[in-house]
Design a protein around this ligand. Structure first.
Ligand SMILES: [Zn+2]
Length: 340
């Protein structure tokens, strides 16, 4: 019996009340309505647990967690110009991180071949002790750290295709050589970080790869970067787990950015990652980040789920797998500083 892929969600996501704000409950409602019409694409729906506090505290200091908890208990308030918490936000954030951790547990135990953790608030802008850019806890970072700590993995890769640079994830793993963080993001754009020269620090030098793209970048740009940079990096690093910080605000319809990626682009990228990771025997899971054009968000999530769950056909002509991929790995080792 083959196990079903999982779609992790929790009703508390809808109780994170941001008021008149692009990061709104309607985002998840749009995604779920679209999936429901398609029979959930064969994904098993799972209600996410709240995150284990120890797993959360491995990324965020206790004083910061307590501050978010207390703010929500007081009814909420503004954390910065863009980032707001309501009474329901702490519980929502606990389940958003918990969904990402549950996804990792299911992928690494073999209970699910792939999955998608769809919650609010998003996470990749959250620093260890600072909320930012609509994000409270860094869900994907908590999940990646959990994979290292609880599953004793040595190599986790995070591909962040949200149109914004994931400054929080970038910084949390800046000095780590066990997490390869690769981000494709529009530049200049919020939060202004993620220059190509930022490649990590200390033992993590070379394990942060920032790929800023100009305004107007489309499917061709994104696919070329994935094929020619992300793919060989993946083969060189050989992650034991691939987590995608899956924001869909690089879509051409998105109101918060100016890239021009389409559903076809997201599908092509997801297919490539799926094939690469199948070759490496590494599971792939997505954690929702941004995406603010409701229709485009919903349809982009659909094509991503389809691509990740599609069977991988043996295709010797695909340059991303097999001997030619190994040759690409050798070529990239000449310039990727993390490899000798
Ligand atoms: Zn974003």
């Amino acid at each position: 019996m083959t196990s079903a892929p999982v779609f992790l969600h929790h009703r508390s996501s809808l109780a994170h009340d941001t008021g008149a704000h692009p990061e709104q409950p309607a985002r998840l409602i749009a995604i779920e309505r679209e999936l429901e019409q398609r029979g959930w694409l064969g994904y098993e729906r799972v209600s996410s647990p709240a995150v284990d506090r120890q797993a959360l505290a491995a990324v965020h200091p206790e004083h910061y967690i307590a501050a978010i908890e207390q703010l929500a208990a007081r009814g909420g308030g503004q954390l910065d110009l863009d980032t707001v918490a309501s009474a329901g936000s702490f519980e929502a954030a606990l389940h958003a991180a918990g969904g990402a951790v549950e996804l990792v547990d299911r992928l690494l135990s073999g209970a699910a071949p792939t999955g998608f953790s769809a919650h609010r608030p998003p996470g990749h802008h959250a620093e260890r002790d600072q909320a930012m850019g609509f994000c409270l806890f860094n869900n994907v970072a908590v999940a990646a750290q959990h994979a290292l700590d609880a599953h004793a993995l040595e190599r986790v890769m995070i591909l962040d295709w949200d149109v914004h640079h994931g400054n929080g994830t970038n910084d949390i793993f800046h000095a780590s050589n066990r997490v390869l963080y690769v981000s494709i993001h529009e530049s200049p754009l919020f939060p202004g970080t993620g220059g190509a020269a930022d490649t990590g620090s200390g033992e993590g030098k070379g394990f942060t790869v920032n790929l800023p793209v100009p305004t107007g970048s489309d499917d061709a740009t994104y696919i070329a970067l994935v094929d020619h940079v992300v793919a060989p990096l993946t083969l060189a690093f050989e992650p034991q787990l691939m987590l995608i910080s899956a924001g869909f605000d690089a879509h051409r319809d998105d109101p918060l950015a100016s890239c021009r990626v389409t559903e076809d682009g997201f599908a092509a990228i997801a297919r490539t990652i799926r094939r690469l990771c199948a070759e490496l025997d590494a599971p792939v899971g997505c954690v929702l980040e941004g995406g603010y054009a409701l229709r485009a968000l919903a349809t982009s999530v659909v094509v991503t789920l389809q691509a990740l769950h599609a069977p991988v056909a043996a295709d010797a002509a695909d340059p991303r797998v097999g001997p030619r991929a190994r040759a690409a790995r050798m070529r990239i080792s000449e310039w990727w500083p993390a490899l000798r």
